[in-house]
Design a protein around this ligand. Structure first.
Ligand SMILES: [Zn+2]
Length: 423
């Protein structure tokens, strides 16, 4: 698509992509030649200023909430109208892509800009939220600020140090004129919030494989992460006969392949991964004595995840017993599935069908998103946008203008359908 003069004056997918790209470099990034936008850094401030300008151009009033999230509001027909929140996150991982998070914020602004140009008002206000901390790339937190908005933030530790050791949560907030003791006041619990709608790049290859621009998320995956320790017997690689060995790594290898087999046989978005493995003593001439590895199991429902995890661990116990290995299993991460709201998901499917003239691909999000936290506050819906090669958390992250335009039209259509549904 060739941009015509004047195209940048009206909401479009191309403008959304151009805006995300603009925000991919200084002063909106803290590193040269790439993007790093941590929560409450100088690049975060510059980005909020730029976004607030675009929000204001789109007819919104803007404010920073008590947790440092940027919020733009487009009034409804009545000043006390309930609210539909559109959003995603502003922060990025180190050397991340331009679109993870930011595309959802910018598409929220484009959606409102579209209605503002028509002078269209709804029986609800539209607010665009840019969450400050989703990635945990400044503090060891992750989704800290959507917890605050959803009213599920436990008292934060003011002394929590950032990864660089240069600031605490309290001092970073203070730099923005905010008080860590007031962070929970960002909660929207008392407000009539009708829905939270998040557009996000897929960060996976499913839509590309199916030749679809857009997908509708049915649930954010349930996750179990285990830390497994296998103990055998270290010995000389030259002198310990094969049949006398208790090789912990060979046992782990069997378990890793079993996890892959179980994952491959599953439905419901099931995936199983061994992503980390330490071998001790880890020398070329020593039979591995101890191995520590992780097993990460995710699926669209808790039941599917639980069944798969049980199957993998049963196999692991058999392998350990047969090979004379001791095994310890610790559950390190236990996250329930977050189903998206079924009615909103139906509306989003309908919006995607209307826009793409094809059935909507419905998929489970294997990655976590602010929507899973916001589900504590309101019904949530998520729209996924195809990204090249499924690549994310990487400077090579990319989306097309055409796909992004389809996403914008789906968001606009969704709001129209929601209005009818609401009325
Ligand atoms: Zn993200």
């Amino acid at each position: 698509m060739v941009m015509q003069a004047g195209d940048m004056d009206r909401p479009s997918g191309a403008r959304a992509v151009a805006r995300c790209t603009e925000l991919g470099r200084a002063p909106y990034s803290e590193i040269e030649g790439g993007l790093f936008r941590p929560y409450l850094g100088p690049s975060y401030r510059a980005t909020c200023d730029r976004l607030a300008q675009w929000m204001s151009d789109a007819g919104m009033t803007t404010r920073m909430d008590a947790a440092g999230n940027l919020v733009g509001r487009y009034e409804g027909l009545a000043p006390d109208a309930p609210v539909v929140l559109l959003g995603s996150h502003i922060d990025s991982v180190r050397d991340g892509g331009f679109f993870d998070g930011m595309l959802g914020v910018v598409l929220g602004i484009e959606t409102v800009a579209h209605f503002a140009r028509q002078g269209k008002r709804f029986p609800f206000a539209l607010e665009v939220v840019g969450f400050g901390d989703e990635e945990g790339s400044r503090f060891p937190s992750g989704m800290l600020t959507s917890h605050a908005v959803a009213g599920v933030l436990e008292t934060p530790d003011p002394a929590m140090s950032d990864w660089a050791g240069s600031a605490t949560l309290a001092s970073a907030l203070e730099g923005f004129g905010l008080d860590v003791g007031q962070m929970q006041a960002a909660s929207r619990r008392g407000d009539p919030v009708l829905a939270y709608v998040e557009a996000h790049i897929e960060q996976g290859p499913a839509l590309e494989a199916e030749g679809r621009a857009l997908g509708v998320v049915s649930a954010i995956a349930a996750q179990h992460r285990y830390r497994v320790t296998l103990r055998g017997m270290a010995g000389h690689a030259g002198t310990v006969a094969m049949k006398l060995r208790r090789d912990a790594l060979a046992g782990a290898a069997e378990i890793i392949l079993a996890a892959e087999r179980v994952g491959r046989a599953g439905t419901d978005g099931l995936v199983a991964t061994v992503g980390s493995l330490d071998v001790m003593p880890g020398a070329a001439n020593v039979v591995p004595g101890d191995v520590v590895f992780t097993i990460d199991v995710r699926a669209g429902t808790n039941a599917t995840r639980d069944r798969a995890a049980r199957e993998i661990l049963d196999i692991a116990r058999d392998v350990a017993a047969r090979r004379g290995l001791e095994m310890d299993v610790a559950l390190q991460q236990d996250l329930d599935a977050t189903p998206c709201d079924p009615e909103l998901t139906d509306l989003m499917e309908q919006a995607v069908r209307d826009v793409t003239h094809a059935p909507a691909t419905v998929l489970v999000s294997g990655a976590g998103h602010d929507a899973m936290i916001m589900a504590h506050l309101a019904p949530v819906s998520m729209l996924f946008i195809r990204c090249a090669g499924g690549i994310s958390h990487n400077p090579a992250e990319s989306v097309t203008d055409a796909d992004t335009d389809a996403a914008l039209r789906a968001m606009i259509t969704f709001i129209g359908l929601f209005e009818r549904h609401f009325g």
